[in-house]
Design a protein around this ligand. Sequence first.
Ligand SMILES: N[C@@H](CCC(=O)N[C@@H](CS)C(=O)NCC(=O)O)C(=O)O
Length: 289
Amino acid sequence: MTDVSAYTPPRVWTWDQESGGAWAKINRPIAGPTHERVLPVGKHPLQLYSMGTPNGVKVTILLEELLALGKSGAEYDAHLIEIGKGDQFGSGFVEVNPNSKIPALMDHGTNPPTRVFESGAILLYLAEKFGAFVPSDPSERAECLSWLFWQMGSAPYLGGGFGHFYKYAPEPIEYCINRFTMEVKRQLDVLDRHLASHRHICGEHYTIADIAIWAWYGNLVLYNGYEASEFLDTASYTHLNRWAREIQARPAVQRGRKVNRTSGPLEDQLRERHDASDFDLRTEDKLQG
Ligand SMILES: N[C@@H](CCC(=O)N[C@@H](CS)C(=O)NCC(=O)O)C(=O)O
């Protein structure tokens, strides 16, 4: 086992060095803006400031699903916020999300305009605004929101815990990898057992709970998230894989997953989305933003 006893924490922690790892440059122990930057505002009432990470694609998938359902009011501009470059610390972004994390949404269709941050809150706001993908029956709604909040509470263990220590940390630390692998495999088993007897997360109907959970756990089992499919033996969670593939087949999911994406195959990256026709652009134009 790795020697983890070499470090003795000081009495008071101070920020005097980069912590190392893939995200060291943007991590800091203080909030607030680092620079002035006015956010662009496009032609639609809904203005999304985001990036194609699991938390980001939750929102673009829902917006594409709403549009596919004929809710034309869900037309949106999706502006790319490059978190690796520190765009989330620009003054305009911080006004929309004081927590400096994507996704963040401005709804200019209300007076005054409404800001929404936290991906779960954005999903619920949009689902309620357009009356779709969230049940109205109190019991079904409770089940849907339970799973939505489950996702919001669980994903940091997957991304910030497992993903960080398995893929991004400067060196593999056995204790940390074991701790978060244990938890992520437990989560995968929670989902697999549930989906053994449920077509979707909340039963027969596809809801924002499916969208939120698919963005993270679908990414893990279908797209080799954190390059950890083999390590986690994700193929063994057969019910989870069945559900993930069924959702992956939805055209709106395929579109939503491309928006604000900056990694993976170039043909799957639509850096900015301002119109439905943007999906038909040539690959080099999609990468312009
Ligand atoms: N709980 C938040 C988490 C958002 C989040 O962690 N976003 C990441 C990308 S997936 C981010 O913006 N990171 C930039 C940073 O931490 O500076 C949500 O669900 O919206």
